[in-house]
Design a protein around this ligand. Sequence first.
Ligand SMILES: Nc1ncnc2c1ncn2[C@@H]1O[C@H](COP(=O)(O)OP(=O)(O)OP(=O)(O)O)[C@@H](O)[C@H]1O
Ligand SMILES: Cc1ncc(COP(=O)(O)O)c(N)n1
Length: 270
Amino acid sequence: MSIAKALTIAGSDSGGGAGIQADIKTFQELNTFGMSVITALTAQNTLGVHGVFPQTLEAIEAQMEAVLSDMGTDAVKTGMLFSADIISLVARKLKEYEVKNIVVDPVMIAKGGAALLQEEAIRALTEELLPIATVITPNLPEAAKILGREEMKTIEEMKQAAVDLHKLGPAYVVIKGGHLTEGPAIDLLYDGESIYELETRRVETKHTHGTGCTFAAAIAAELAKGSPIKESVETAKAFITAAISSSLVIGKGIGPTNHAAYRAARLQKQ
Ligand SMILES: Nc1ncnc2c1ncn2[C@@H]1O[C@H](COP(=O)(O)OP(=O)(O)OP(=O)(O)O)[C@@H](O)[C@H]1O
Ligand SMILES: Cc1ncc(COP(=O)(O)O)c(N)n1
């Protein structure tokens, strides 16, 4: 039996809600074979990040070599990359292996405020990784940081940001509106010509740890299976909405989303 393969290159979240763990759970739920390259360990739980331990470049390169030289992949999702050196290495290896379907989630800061990307790495992100990305998935603060402007507060400002981010080289741009303070949860997809709005109701919950990681991993899984970009983003939006709608009260802080919810709902419908 053959199966589509998806690779996450990201940080490990010991709490299981974000990072590598969220990605692998998402890949599994969407019927893809998940593989991982761990860029950094975080000691993390629902209350926050208690330690960040970047892996050596040697360790990261060895993981990429091991996976890509033998198994290959149908899509890649990058998450926490932490430093300029790690970004350069990852971009170089993705080019070397001519990896297709690259989803770049430009993770910068954890919900609790901990830095998951060094300030000086933004240039490497912009110059080396964004140009080879199939799709980038910044949230509002990340989009603002990359563009060096104030955080956008309206859909019109988000649209302008999507157009400006596209000029940096990715084939598609998704800007996530989870951080808008009121109204529905609206994300935008820009393909260089048209802007599509993806809108769902905003779920009233504080348990949203790992939403960005899960959403980007779901896009990668769908692209890996050969779905076109628009359908992939729509499925990812349905996946994350289901996961947030039945998010889990685990730990004393911001709990994780429920990765099993999307498939469970679909099975129930059958
Ligand atoms: N309360 C909510 N209800 C419904 N959808 C939401 C909610 N919060 C976020 N989303 C959706 O979840 C996805 C992730 O968006 P968000 O802006 O939270 O990403 P993020 O900030 O990168 O996440 P993270 O903080 O985990 O890195 C988007 O599709 C967004 O619309
Ligand atoms: C390893 C890792 N990667 C990404 C995030 C972002 O997720 P969130 O903003 O929900 O904390 C995280 N907390 N940890």
